[in-house]
Design a protein around this ligand. Structure first.
Ligand code: LEU
Length: 481
């Protein structure tokens, strides 16, 4: 008889182990992100404009490195060791964040801060994509429980994000920066411990594709540490990052296009659909990622929040996700049964429309109550509500579309390209945030509202175009065959 794998509530035990490990990792990531912009403006005394740019450069690197980390794990390390190494780097990075020094840009301690960001960036590179891949590896290819597993895993991400932003945000903004970042470090350590102690539950998932010599393994870790040093220097020069992103982005998209012309008609058209979908990432995430940046500053300064620290409002998005994700999942199933489920490109159009609406609702609300007055907090809740329903139409939809549309031999490349364009979006977010302050200026409420309104309409205009062409893109997807 086949030995049954140890299960809990219908899923392999390994899923719950990965759930808690990723929950703690996201606790630290989003906790730190919730106070980063305040740390930049209030502790290191960067201007609002510059702080937004640094925020965007940092988060964009966080989403690019998983492309390389995924590659190294696929080829050599295996996912489990990559996650372990990434977790160690992340714990080091978050702990280093707690080293405050005296503050101001002339304090040499700021170099520890840049180093901390570099550890987190490279650590995410080794961990983020690989821990997600491990979820799928717990199931056979044909196992129908796989989608459900990812839904559960996404819950873990957002439970961690919600608790992390509240606890780290509260400690960091009211007791002291080091306390907040230190707690993020402890959270990451907890995730690491869960991952190490729970190894047995993985039943061999995520091991190296071929036996790996100790010397080669050490070399890979050495490369990881060396890239921390490179990123440490790079993260201080946001304009260099911008150029690198643009050049490598064009090269990557050109390569994907080149590969697609080698394919027969159907898979080639699927690649066109992929290119269409990923090209919408920069606009969507460019607006969405204002959350931790300019929106965070706006909430801090111009919203009547009854003394609640602004960073706590960063928990609204993950809490909405926890509440609404099951609703959206059943909505698609329900519409699907009636043959009315929107296609992936149509959902992307809806996502852009909702993100645009989020911007406009905030602007209208703020203006209706007078720009000189504090804006009622309800508009912050509405802003995040539409941003979240937009996220639910784009983020999970995009991931599964990439999975379904990519030819097997290009699966990792396509997933990498998806994350790459998300990273571009994060950088764009930094640029838009920078614009709310004018160059090296301080953010003004009217400048922010003007920019949000402009981009609100741009997103809605783009949404209309996307919805108009979505039937063509849907045909490119060839899903009926
Ligand atoms: N909330 C998601 C995460 O942290 C966002 C990502 C997919 C861009 O995993």
């Amino acid at each position: 008889a086949v030995q049954k794998e140890p299960e809990f509530a219908g899923h392999p035990k390994g899923l719950y182990m990965l759930f808690f490990a990723e929950m703690w990792e996201r606790f630290s990531y989003y906790g730190m992100r919730a106070i980063l912009i305040f740390y930049l403006t209030q502790h290191w005394l960067f201007s609002d404009a510059k702080s937004n740019l640094i925020y965007g450069a940092y988060t964009s690197l966080v989403y690019i490195t998983p492309v390389l980390g995924g590659y190294l794990a696929d080829r050599y390390l295996g996912q489990r060791k990559a996650v372990l190494f990434g977790g160690l780097l992340l714990a080091a990075g978050h702990s280093l964040m707690a080293v405050e020094g005296t503050g101001g840009q002339s304090d040499p301690t700021i170099n520890v801060f840049w180093g901390a960001l570099a550890f987190i960036i490279v650590g995410s590179g080794f961990l983020k994509a690989n821990i997600s891949v491990m979820v799928g590896q717990l199931y056979k290819l044909t196992d129908v429980r796989r989608d459900g597993a990812y839904t559960i895993f996404y819950m873990g991400i957002n439970v961690g994000a919600a608790i992390g932003t509240i606890m780290v945000g509260y400690l960091g903004q009211t007791i002291g920066w080091g306390w907040g970042f230190g707690l993020a470090g402890i959270g990451m350590l907890a995730g690491l411990i869960v991952f190490v102690l729970g190894k047995g539950a993985l039943l061999g998932a995520g091991e190296a594709p071929a036996p790996l010599a100790k010397s080669k393994e050490m070399l890979l870790y050495g490369v990881g540490l060396a890239s921390v040093a490179v990123i440490w220097a790079l993260v201080q020069y946001q304009d260099v990052i911008q150029t690198l992103l643009a050049v490598s982005g064009v090269a990557l998209l050109g390569y994907v296009l080149y590969e697609s012309f080698k394919l027969p008609k159907e898979p080639r058209e699927r690649m066109f659909a992929i290119l269409f979908l990923i090209s919408l990432n920069p606009l969507f995430w460019g607006l969405f990622e204002q959350a931790g940046g300019s929106m965070n500053l706006f909430t801090d300064r111009f919203v009547d929040r009854s003394g609640v620290p602004a960073s706590i409002f960063q928990s609204i998005n993950p809490i909405y996700i926890i509440l609404l994700a099951p609703l959206f999942a059943s909505l698609w199933v329900w519409l699907g049964q009636k043959g009315k489920e929107p296609s992936a490109p149509a959902k992307f159009g809806l996502a852009l429309a909702q993100m645009g609406l989020a911007n406009l609702v905030l602007v209208w609300g703020a203006e209706a109550f007078g720009v000189a007055a504090m804006t009622p907090v309800i508009f912050v809740f509405l802003y995040y509500l539409f941003a979240t329903t937009g996220e639910l139409c784009l983020s999970p939809v995009g991931l599964s579309a990439m999975n379904r549309l990519a030819p097997v031999h290009l699966a990792s490349l396509i997933m990498g390209a998806w994350f790459y364009m998300t990273a571009v979006g994060n950088f764009v977010a930094g640029l838009i945030g920078e614009a709310t302050g004018g160059h090296d200026g301080a953010m003004s409420k009217t400048a922010l509202l003007d920019i949000y309104e402009l981009f609100g309409w741009i997103a809605i205009g783009a949404a209309v175009l996307v919805l108009l062409v979505s039937p063509i893109v849907k045909r490119w997807m060839h899903l009926d065959t």
